[in-house]
Design a protein around this ligand. Sequence first.
Ligand code: SAH
Length: 263
Amino acid sequence: MRLGIISALHEEQQGLVEAMQSPYKLIHGMREVWVGQLWEIDAVCVLSRIGKVAAAMTATLLVEKFGVTHILFTGVAGSADKSVHVGDIVVAESLVQHDMDASPLFPRHEVPLTGISHFASDQTMALQLLQAAGDFLDTELATTIDVQERAVFALQSPRIHRGLIGSGDQFVGSRERIQALGEALPGLLAVEMEGAAVAQVCFELGIPFGVIRTISDNANENAATDFMRFVKSVAARYAFCIVRQFCRQLGAGVQASKVSAGM
Ligand code: SAH
């Protein structure tokens, strides 16, 4: 297994490159790509930058040029549902490009000539991410983010959700817009700008992938301010701890399968 880890912003991946064992950096396609080991897992870390094209390009690069076998996208997102609060975690079950609309030629949201609007993430990776997020909230949140900071961001008791994430080339920052998206896409939990593009690339290349997002804002008029504060102070620690839990679990799984195979 070689795990590709993508985030859109520097703050969402802070600490991971430093945690890598024997890292080396390659520059390709105007991106810094870090190759090394993360908690016993062969890993490649890269920032995609923002938006669907940037994300699609990055995912393709990781598979075609760096030979990754699995892709994990970590980052922040805006809430698209009343039950999803800032500080909660959303693991994608499926992803849709909320701004894809070739109607009336194709149904709204369907990616033309694929017949698909909702791209499903890998079930196993989704379960592993739910486990990693749960372990983080249960055992690490309290020590990683102190009480005062949790109060500032109203992170009383963050919850984990699993469901639909929508991606589009748009920062959603108005109540009307997020409501309209919610009405057009039943079950929509969060909005961001990259996940569904990675999902389409992985679907087409046959690569298992997972997307996990921490909610940074409510995609309303306060979204830009909330987003900036959250990304600066909290986002990196969530992402780092969840990826560490995820890799440790995978590492333990790899060890166990080596033992059972007598290697
Ligand atoms: N002004 C910011 C722009 C960030 S865009 C900057 O200069 O850095 C927002 C990023 O966070 C995207 O990568 C997107 O995936 C995610 N995101 C968080 N909240 C979002 C929202 N309300 N709408 C869309 N994307 C959001």
